[in-house]
Design a protein around this ligand. Sequence first.
Ligand SMILES: *Cc1c(COP(=O)(O)O)cnc(C)c1O
Length: 217
Amino acid sequence: MSLAEISARIQKAEDAAGRARGSTELIAVSKVQPNERVEAVLNEGHRLFGENKVQEAAGKWPDFRDRFESVQVHLIGPLQTNKARQAMQLFEAIHSVDRPKLANTLARLTQELGHCPDLFIQVNTGEEPQKAGVLPADADGFIKDCRDLDLPVVGLMCIPPVEEEPSLHFALLAKIAKRNGLEGLSMGMSSDFERAVALGATHVRVGSAIFGARDYG
Ligand SMILES: *Cc1c(COP(=O)(O)O)cnc(C)c1O
């Protein structure tokens, strides 16, 4: 699907939900994609991208940032504390804040570096043991702890279980955000971004629908 088609579908979903046009940001998830494909999307004028690994982003984005103006890259994958410093220097936002140790590290590094990217707290809405994120029952407490550390928390993020209707998870994430006074909702991927927009997503993370299937070979 072309970038224009995805944008048109987002706009249609915004209209249907009675939301302002342009109130959903499209994060083009470029992980694993060959540089030519990423460059093609940059040449179309798109500037907001998502990566799930610090190392991969470090190898790819400094060069693109030199060549294209106002690029923004968001980290959407898990973050180890020993990579937090590098992540804070590479990304405009981190969508995967999910545990006290990481929050404490980010707070300490913010003092040292004098800045912090926008932060989203990842919530494990499906309570899946293998998945990152705070449990829904722990979310309010963790959001408060992050705020007490003066971290710039702008919203919540989730990755619904593959086998379940994503709308239930998007609605749960929106509810937790609302009761905590958080505006940002990072939810929705290639297969369900319109349902996410319907439930208030401010950031959809779309990879394969834009770039084609990822070749992990
Ligand atoms: C890879 C990835 C996406 C994009 O998935 P697609 O199905 O290719 O759109 C979105 N969010 C996260 C956290 C991802 O790791």
